[in-house]
Design a protein around this ligand. Structure first.
Ligand SMILES: [Zn+2]
Length: 102
């Protein structure tokens, strides 16, 4: 009986985490309830990955993580970009440049 309570608690926590970052509450409730603790960790890690900023390789156009120093497709060296692509969880292209003349 205690295990059921623990599983439900972790399920709720994982579900809430999943819901906050725009995924399915039910999906993460089931995952976190089936594998308590690890499911919650997965929900947290999944969010972290999706919230990472991205940018586009100037040589081949591949979208990589913003912290990558080399393009994973063409091997071009990548400086820290002036423009970043918003995380998957936002789904919009966002300009990171500061407006001129401010
Ligand atoms: Zn490239």
């Amino acid at each position: 009986m205690a295990y059921v309570i623990i599983a439900v608690c972790f399920g709720l926590a994982g579900g809430i985490v999943g819901r906050i970052k725009g995924s399915s509450f039910v999906l993460w409730f089931l995952i976190s309830g089936a594998v308590p603790f690890f499911g919650l960790l997965a929900a947290l890690a999944y969010r972290f990955e999706r919230d990472e900023l991205r940018r586009q390789c100037p040589s081949c156009g591949r979208v990589t993580k913003i912290y990558d120093a080399l393009c994973t497709r063409c091997g071009a060296e990548l400086d820290f970009p002036e423009t970043a692509i918003a995380p998957d969880s936002v789904g919009l292209i966002r300009r990171e440049q500061t407006p001129a003349g401010s």
